[in-house]
Design a protein around this ligand. Structure first.
Ligand code: PLP
Length: 388
């Protein structure tokens, strides 16, 4: 195996490298600024000031009030918290249902299942063949017996964008709280809590150049909320536990950079994604690009080639120094078709061929050229082996 060229990382929807600016902003909190924000001495006061400042900076990025920002450990925690804390706070008020979509991240789906397990009702909206929520289904299910509706802004497998401001508005008209998983949306779409009526929104640091293990949940003032984690009085009692200050500062720094660079980043990634898509479709005319008919965030390209399987393709790509991911969860040798692609009505064989390529600031046009050269060759090889 010859790997003269540096590897290409096309899995930015899975995680991104920590940005240099973020690392530098965090550094003092691993050194002299080690205080606990709850301590009353000077070390604690210094830490408290840094925490408050980071909260303000992230709030500004979201168009929120600082007290509407709750730092947590990750997108999964934010999604779980949004669904469970709201439902538990409201279940006795006649609002016993939660509504979500079949294409959500498992963090939301598992929380909705837990609601059903605890005696609530779980309702799943219909999506069309691109994965866009069907309006009539929303109107049918989002009624005055619903505690919370959760619809993701950008899907992590296909990049499909939902019209969150419009859906949040429709939920609001029915008096139903609305959560959106914006883990893949933050830094891509414009987010502003002042004009967009969502009540809860979750983000995750490691998708935008902050470390793994830090996230935040926007909780609009006045939203019902029963805490998941209890103990100390940190975060106004919404989430007990000493704050991960270094990472909080890292998240605020990454978020500011992501917002400042958003439009430029969109243009650059969209150009790379569209060029790679065009080159691959020209080379492999029967390839299928998932959610192609819908508005998509620019960083995701999910493509299936009939007659191939993604496990072998991903391994072959990796051997050629190209890191992508599959649209399906590979669990101890058995390949389950992606629940997202299944919800779009994609046949299992095609879903199991899905390769997700996701772009970030570290990618270049040269990456596109190399993948466009290598991928069709691997497809031809896989097909000839299958035919033999
Ligand atoms: N939601 C979406 C859409 C995601 O893509 C991810 C991660 O891939 C998550 C939630 C979970 O985020 P975390 O890895 O921070 O728990």
């Amino acid at each position: 195996m010859v790997m003269a060229q540096p590897p290409i990382y096309l899995d930015n929807a899975a995680t991104t490298p920590v940005r240099e600016e973020v690392f530098e902003a965090m550094r003092p909190f691993f050194g002299p600024k080690f205080g606990n924000p709850s301590s009353i001495h000077s070390f604690g006061r210094e830490a408290r000031a840094a925490l408050d400042e980071a909260r303000e900076r992230l709030a500004t990025c979201l168009g929120a009030h600082p007290d509407e920002v709750s730092f947590n450990s990750c997108g999964t925690e934010g999604d779980n918290t949004a669904v469970l804390c709201l439902w538990r706070a409201m279940r006795d008020s006649g609002r016993n249902a939660v509504v979500t979509t079949p294409i959500e991240h498992k963090a939301v789906l598992a929380a909705a299942h837990e609601v059903a397990h605890e005696g609530g009702e779980e309702r799943i909206l219909d999506v069309d063949s691109d994965g866009v929520v069907v309006d009539e289904s929303f109107d049918e299910h989002v009624r005055d017996d619903v505690a919370v509706t959760s619809v993701m802004w950008v899907n992590n497998e296909t990049g499909v964008i939902q019209d969150i401001p419009a859906l949040a508005q429709r939920a609001k008209q029915r008096g139903v709280a609305f959560h959106t998983d914006a883990v893949q949306a933050f830094g891509k779409v414009a987010i502003d809590a002042r004009t967009q009526p969502f009540d809860l929104l979750s983000i995750s640091g490691h998708k935008i150049g902050a470390p793994k293990g830090i996230g935040a949940l926007f909780i609009r003032r006045g939203t019902a909320f029963e805490p998941l984690i209890r103990g100390g009085s940190q975060d106004r009692g919404r989430r007990a536990g000493t704050e991960n200050l270094a990472y909080v500062v890292g998240l605020a720094t990454a978020a500011e950079l992501a917002v400042a660079e958003r439009e430029q980043h969109w243009k650059e990634t969209e150009h790379m994604r569209d060029r790679l898509q065009a080159l691959l479709l020209a080379a492999i005319p029967d390839a299928v690009v998932h959610s192609r008919g819908a508005r998509r965030a620019p960083h995701v390209l999910n493509i299936s080639v009939p007659g191939t399987d993604n496990e072998s393709m991903l391994m072959a790509l990796d051997l050629r120094g190209i890191a992508c991911s599959g649209g399906s969860a590979c669990q101890s040798g058995s390949v389950t078709p992606s629940h997202v692609l299944s919800a779009l009505g994609v046949a299992p064989a095609l879903a199991n061929a899905a390769v997700r390529m996701s772009f970030g600031p570290i990618n270049t046009e040269a990456d596109v050229d190399r993948v466009a050269e290598v991928f069709p060759k691997l497809v031809a090889k896989a097909r000839s082996m299958a035919a033999a």
